[in-house]
Ligand binder design. Structure first.
Ligand code: NAP
Length: 255
């Protein structure tokens, strides 16, 4: 099968595990040179890079703590150097804003600190990464934000998280309008319950697992690769006419 992203470059934030790792591996299989970021788990990012290289792909890892907005210009300086040394230019074709910190809690647990920490990584970082990326993004490039089904059907047990993801959906549409004249598409992929560290504690509770599976039309948790498939479509030439959309990949959660 031909590679849909041969000769292209991609940045996937939060590529050290979970959904981000699957997205990075999939985009690399499609031929992209992939940069993954991590926060604390260098070993996880190194594993992602090693898996990609073992399959004949090209990838590298960079550390960034997206809770700190000041870290974004520095991330792009390092990214410019790494892409230029591998491809001869700092051009970016595909940006995937995926990184996310865990943020459980309802109204009683809500604090200004939790609001700031959650919005910083889930909502602020995607905007300022996109802002910094726009001068590097090629015409007809792609921005894909990983949102959540919780953006439109908020979880009372993840109140601030749900609000942050609603912001991601709104940013996605506004950026799509602004970047449309350059044929850059901007979309969000909204996973439902997907088997990753983010909900490991939930999956230890048999009652919650049964309730989630009963609420999911296809009757199970999703796998990270099933989110990566949707991202790969949007990143490809086949996805060129889709912009400003939030595409849910949840196996039909709460239909
Ligand atoms: P995960 O397995 O917990 O991985 C989170 C990733 O984000 C890791 O690479 C982590 O880096 C990185 N990260 C966390 N905090 C960061 C920070 N302060 N700065 C930079 N990077 C940071 O999560 P996941 O389940 O794959 O989630 C990926 C995305 O999908 C998130 O946006 C999440 O909200 C969304 N989502 C997930 C689900 C689900 O059911 N899993 C459902 C809907 C939406 P380290 O490894 O270095 O910590």
């Amino acid at each position: 099968m031909s590679q849909t992203l041969a000769g292209k470059t991609a940045l996937v934030t939060g590529g050290s595990r979970g959904i981000g790792r699957s997205i990075a591996e999939r985009l690399a299989r499609e031929g992209a040179t992939v940069a993954v970021t991590y926060n604390e788990r260098k070993y996880g990012a190194d594993e992602t890079v090693a898996t990609i290289e073992k399959s004949g792909g090209t990838a590298f890892a960079l550390q960034v703590d997206l809770a700190d907005a000041e870290s974004i210009p520095d991330l792009f300086e390092r990214l410019d150097q790494e892409f230029t040394s591998r491809t001869g230019s700092n051009a970016l074709n595909v940006l995937v804003n995926n990184a996310g910190n865990t943020a459980w809690g309802g109204i009683a647990a809500a604090t200004p600190e939790a609001w700031n920490a959650t919005f910083a990584v889930h909502a602020r970082a995607p905007l300022f990464i996109a802002q910094t990326a726009t001068s590097r993004l090629s015409d007809a490039g792609r921005i894909i934000n990983i949102s959540s089904g919780a953006a439109t059907r908020p979880l009372s047990t993840a109140l601030i998280y749900s609000a942050a993801k609603a912001s991601v959906n709104s940013l996605t549409q506004a950026l799509a309008i602004e970047l449309g004249p350059r044929r850059i598409t901007v979309n969000a992929v909204a996973p439902g319950w997907t088997r990753t560290d983010m909900n490991a504690a939930v999956r230890e509770n048999a009652h919650m697992v049964a309730a989630i599976e009963a609420d999911t039309t296809l009757g199970r948790f999703g796998e990270p690769e099933e989110i990566a498939s949707v991202v790969a479509f949007l990143a490809s030439e086949e996805g060129r006419w889709v912009t400003g959309q939030v595409i849910e990949a949840s196996g039909g959660f709460k239909l």
